[in-house]
Design a protein around this ligand. Structure first.
Ligand SMILES: [Zn+2]
Length: 96
């Protein structure tokens, strides 16, 4: 999954944000005999952005999430299109 992109409409910032995220992960905790921990194989099970603030403005009042569909439109425009007019096999007549 592509990471979220943000934009501060107050100052135009696209690259510097303080982001608060709730993240649930599963990982392999590998201890040495002496008790030193190395965390390995971390997998993100779920993730949600709680708050975003612009690094320059110091608040998130003007920060908006960028619509990634616009950025990726050239790559896979058809991939995410809703299947509106696809005929359904085996559909029954209206007055059955
Ligand atoms: Zn800003």
């Amino acid at each position: 999954m592509a990471p979220a992109r943000f934009r501060c409409t107050a100052c135009g910032n696209l690259t510097r944000f303080d982001v608060v995220t709730d993240r649930r992960t599963r990982s392999f905790h590998h201890y040495s005999v002496g008790g030193a921990l190395t965390v390995e194989e971390e997998v993100v099970l779920s993730e949600s952005v709680v708050a975003v603030s612009c690094r320059w403005c110091g608040h998130g009042q003007a920060v908006e999430r960028l619509d990634l569909a616009d950025a990726d439109a050239d790559a896979d425009a058809d991939a995410d299109a809703p299947d509106a007019d696809v005929p359904v096999a085996g559909s029954r007549p209206a007055n059955g």
